[in-house]
Structure formats: structure tokens, C-alpha cells
Design a protein around this ligand. Structure first.
Ligand code: SAM
Length: 267
């Protein structure tokens, strides 16, 4: 996906090519680890009572490993469009999980197959959020719960732009974050997700999962999330910038709140 990305370029093959390059490392490191721990903590009650769990856009299985390890008897299924993500997920999760290569807009499951459906950082890659959420809702049992993270992944980038200043930020953005989505003027993703949940007939609640990251953890995140997407002939320049950036805010830390949109289908 290019910086000028619009929903038109979110074709399945573009998405799979983009995430294929991140299949080995997405979700590694302290930034993602802290974020995931906060989300799991915020959802501990729902996870404990879940029996048939579906992780849509499961990536390389960072959440699946936790769902499989949770106490109690349960089935765990992960779906992703990117085959390389699923290969990596299989290595991480082992055999106790069903993995399905499919598009979240057409889930190959019967109605009401799951009592817990989880979509972490997936809806921002989907062109028609309403119909995808309706598809999730089709698969949700009465009494079940479905959760989406409601944030674009750009709050760290926003903080970086403030710390490094406009001029440097323009340079960094062009080299390091060139494949990041640019914020749309009216982008309020969690409101859009909430509306889609309501339209799908769910009772909606919002919950925040707070976590803190330090500056070295942010530099590590840049290497994990963005460096693999930088063309080889730009890497040297990018590495110099990442090194410069790592020194700039050494004592800074950032508290973030991962917003969770929670929808319930009443029993
Ligand atoms: C940002 S990653 C998040 C991975 C994981 N949910 C997590 O939080 O660690 C987004 C994932 O969604 C997948 N994805 C994006 N659009 C999809 C679609 N239409 N159908 C299935 N998977 C999709 C990508 O392949 C990628 O693995």
C-alpha cells in the first residue's frame, strides 16, 4: 500500500503482499507485547467464559497463542488472508488451533458458530466496514461477544511528529513511514466501528486498554513494523534516521489507550 492509499488499493492481493513481508515479525517486541497484555487484561472476563473463539485477521498468531493457553475447554480458530501470516501462526500456536485462509468479508462458517469473535487491527484494512461487521455478527451466537480494536495505528507516529518537529518529521515520514496510511480528514474509526456494530443489531460498549511504552521500545517497534517495508536501497538512510530518532527522546514515554469496541448479541 502506498502513502496515497485509498480503499481502492485494499485488494486482497495488495493486503497479502503487504503483510507477507511482516509475517515473521509482526507483533514482536515490547510495544506490541505491552499493548497485547493490556487488551488481554481488559478482556479477561470475556476470554475466560468463551468456548468457541474466532480471531479474524489473526496475523501470525500472537493472540491465538494466548487464547489456546487460556484455562478451560475451548476451540480456537484463526482466519487470515495472508498465507505467510498463517504459516507463521502455525509455528507459534502449534496444532491446537484451526487456521483458515479466507477473506473476513466472506467467512466460511455456518451462522452462529462462535461465542467470541475478535478483530484486532483489522477493520482499518477493510473497505466496507459495515458489511464485514455484519458478516462477523452472522457468525456470532446468541449470548456471544465480538470485539474490535478501534484505533488507527498512527498515534505513535503523531507523537513522533511532535517530538522531532515538522521539518524532520516530513523527512522521516517519506523514508521510514512511506507505506503508512495517511489520516483521512474525517477518520474517527472507533465511531464508524460502533455504528457498524449497532447496525448489526448488537448492544455496544466501549472499553479502554491502557499501556505505556518507553522511547527505546518505540525505536524497536519502528524496526519491527516499518523497516521491513523500506526498499533495500533506502535502508541505509532509514537506519541512520532511526538511530537519530532513538537518541532524540531517550527519556520519553507514552501512555496509550487501545480502544475496544465490544458488541453483545443478547441471548
Ligand atoms: C495489523 S495485522 C493484525 C494482526 C493481529 N490481529 C494482531 O493484532 O496481532 C492485520 C492482519 O489482518 C489481515 N487482513 C487484512 N485484511 C484482511 C481481510 N480482508 N481478510 C482477512 N485478513 C485480513 C492481514 O493479513 C494481517 O495479518
Amino acid at each position: 500500500m502506498d502513502p496515497s492509499e485509498t480503499s481502492r488499493s485494499r485488494t486482497p492481493s495488495n493486503i497479502a503482499a503487504y503483510f507477507g513481508r511482516l509475517a515473521g515479525t509482526y507483533g514482536d517486541g515490547a510495544y506490541y507485547g505491552n499493548r497485547r497484555a493490556a487488551v488481554l487484561d481488559a478482556l479477561a472476563g470475556e476470554i475466560a467464559s468463551a468456548r468457541d473463539m474466532l480471531d479474524v485477521g489473526c496475523g501470525n498468531g500472537a493472540y491465538l497463542t494466548k487464547f489456546v493457553a487460556a484455562a478451560g475447554n475451548r476451540t480456537v480458530t484463526g482466519v487470515d488472508l495472508t498465507f505467510d501470516m498463517l504459516l507463521s501462526a502455525r509455528e507459534r500456536v502449534g496444532p491446537k488451533c484451526r487456521l483458515v485462509n479466507a477473506d473476513v468479508s466472506r467467512l466460511p462458517f455456518k451462522a452462529a458458530s462462535f461465542d467470541f469473535i475478535f478483530a484486532s487491527h483489522v477493520l482499518q484494512f477493510v473497505a466496507d466496514v459495515e458489511s464485514v461487521v455484519a458478516e462477523f455478527a452472522r457468525c456470532l451466537q446468541r449470548g456471544g461477544v465480538m470485539i474490535a480494536t478501534g484505533q488507527r495505528d498512527d498515534s505513535v507516529r503523531q507523537m513522533l511528529s511532535v517530538i522531532v518537529g515538522q521539518e524532520k518529521w516530513r523527512e522521516y515520514r517519506e523514508v521510514i513511514f512511506r507505506r503508512a496510511e495517511r489520516r483521512e480528514a474525517d477518520a474517527r474509526p472507533k465511531d464508524r466501528y460502533q455504528q457498524a456494530f449497532l447496525k448489526a443489531g448488537l448492544r455496544v460498549e466501549e472499553r479502554a486498554a491502557p499501556f505505556t511504552v518507553t522511547w527505546p521500545e518505540i525505536a524497536e517497534w519502528i524496526n519491527i513494523r516499518w523497516r521491513p517495508l523500506i526498499p533495500a536501497d533506502e535502508r541505509e538512510r532509514a537506519d541512520a534516521m532511526i538511530g537519530e530518532l532513538a537518541k532524540m527522546g531517550a527519556s520519553q514515554s507514552l501512555t496509550q489507550h487501545e480502544p475496544l469496541i465490544i458488541g453483545r448479541r443478547d441471548g
